[in-house]
Design a protein around this ligand. Structure first.
Ligand SMILES: [Ca+2]
Ligand SMILES: [Ca+2]
Ligand SMILES: [Ca+2]
Ligand SMILES: [Zn+2]
Length: 296
């Protein structure tokens, strides 16, 4: 009861933080026009909220361990049902109506990226909606809320993946597992339709926007979260990173006093799709634990 109340409060302050973050980025997006420089618009919880989320996770794991339940699941042992919602402004690729072949390719990219983790993804259903205001929805907008309220299917375990054209150089955004309880209808991942494999959003055209956003959906932060601090992204085996990496800056070491080069090939950085290709064991463990706590 106590923890349920806590998450309601946490998500309200998260919404307040979201409004602030959106104002900040809208200006930046406008000045850079349509350039795809903002990899992701996922609203990251504040430091206090992240601390609370991790405290709650530790207590969840301790209780599980105390009753002898496993806290590690085998690779490929968890099936995530996927509802793919194509939002377009008419028929044809130019209107965002991506073909089934690209949806299948996106699923293959997800399954390959998550192959070393407990998760595999199965396409449960595809629906297509023509709605020009939902098509250009931005994070936190009334259009996003309307689209998700109308289209979302399944419970916390189901991945709802929306393709649309948010504009302003946005590639996608996701919600975290800890916000499902207070905002179940908003739960899911939105991606730019042209970021799917073979899409026109080069160098973000191999489907790793989907991979990255699903990482958030399973509880991961960016590898540059928390900058050069020891706790950083709450994952032990990702070296600390001062800020987002773009392109493919091999050998970058933005936290020289911390062991290891920056994890620029990690799916949770901002590099080009061709440059990102891995999750660490620690990230897999965190996703497993977050899924156990909130999505099982
Ligand atoms: Ca780390
Ligand atoms: Ca370093
Ligand atoms: Ca890649
Ligand atoms: Zn992100």
């Amino acid at each position: 009861m106590g923890s349920f109340h806590f998450f309601n409060r946490a998500s309200r302050s998260l919404l307040a933080a979201a409004t602030f973050a959106l104002v900040g980025t809208a200006g930046a997006a406008a000045s850079s026009d349509q350039a795809l420089s903002h990899r992701c618009m996922t609203i990251i919880p504040s430091e206090a909220e992240r601390t609370a989320i991790d405290r709650s996770l530790q207590s969840f794991l301790a209780k599980r361990q105390a009753r002898g339940a496993s806290i590690m699941r085998a690779a490929g042992s968890v099936t995530v049902p996927v509802y793919f919602h194509v939002i377009n402004r008419g028929s044809g690729l130019a209107n965002g109506d991506i073909p089934q072949s690209q949806i299948d390719s996106q699923m293959a990219v997800l399954n390959s990226a998550y192959a070393g983790t407990p998760f595999k993804f199965t396409l449960t259903a595809v629906d297509r909606t023509t709605n020009s205001s939902w098509y250009t929805m931005s994070p936190g907008s009334s259009e996003e809320a309307a689209a998700k309220n109308a289209l979302r299917k399944g419970g916390a375990e189901s991945l709802n993946l929306y393709s649309a054209n948010p504009g302003g150089g946005l590639l996608g955004w996701a919600t975290f597992p800890s916000s499902y309880a207070s905002q179940p209808k908003m739960d899911g991942v939105v991606i730019l339709f042209s970021s799917v494999p073979g899409g026109s959003a080069a160098p973000y055209d191999e489907g790793d926007t989907g991979t990255h956003e699903v990482g958030h959906w399973l509880g991961l932060y960016h590898t540059f979260q928390g900058s050069c601090t020891a706790s950083n992204d709450q994952v032990d085996d990702t070296p600390a990173e001062r800020s987002a990496a773009y392109g493919c800056p091999v050998g970058r070491d933005s936290c020289p006093l911390k062991t290891g080069d920056d994890p620029i090939t990690n799916f949770m950085d901002y590099v080009d799709d061709a440059c990102m290709y891995e999750f660490t064991t620690g990230q897999s463990t965190r996703m497993d634990q977050m899924h156990l706590q909130y999505r099982s």
